[in-house]
Design a binder for this molecule. Structure first.
Ligand SMILES: [Zn+2]
Ligand SMILES: [Zn+2]
Length: 96
């Protein structure tokens, strides 16, 4: 399964929405409004097909966009590298 297919799947949409609702849509790190369910175990082509990792609420963290950015790339890093966040809260290469 590709990352795009995973983030578009019903199972992920349902889980991420339920998880963010359980966190009151607040960032677990800074308390600002959060709209990203971040995988504490970063997904890759191997573990994305494993629901015990990719669809496990215990492995998610609710983050705002700044904290998510910092988690993956350090402050400002995503912008410098031409990356952007998708609506589902993960990162992809921006359209250049
Ligand atoms: Zn935050
Ligand atoms: Zn993430």
């Amino acid at each position: 399964m590709t990352q795009a297919a995973f983030y578009n799947s019903k199972a992920w949409r349902r889980l991420s929405r339920a998880f963010l609702t359980s966190q009151s849509y607040l960032c677990e790190r800074c308390g600002k409004p959060a709209d990203i369910a971040h995988h504490k175990t970063h997904l890759n082509s191997r573990n994305i097909a494993d629901p015990a990792i990719s669809l496990n609420a215990a492995l998610l963290e609710s983050l705002c966009i700044e904290c998510h950015n910092t988690e993956h790339y350090g402050t400002g890093g995503a912008i410098l590298q031409g990356l952007e966040f998708t609506a589902e809260g993960d990162i992809r290469k921006g359209q250049l």
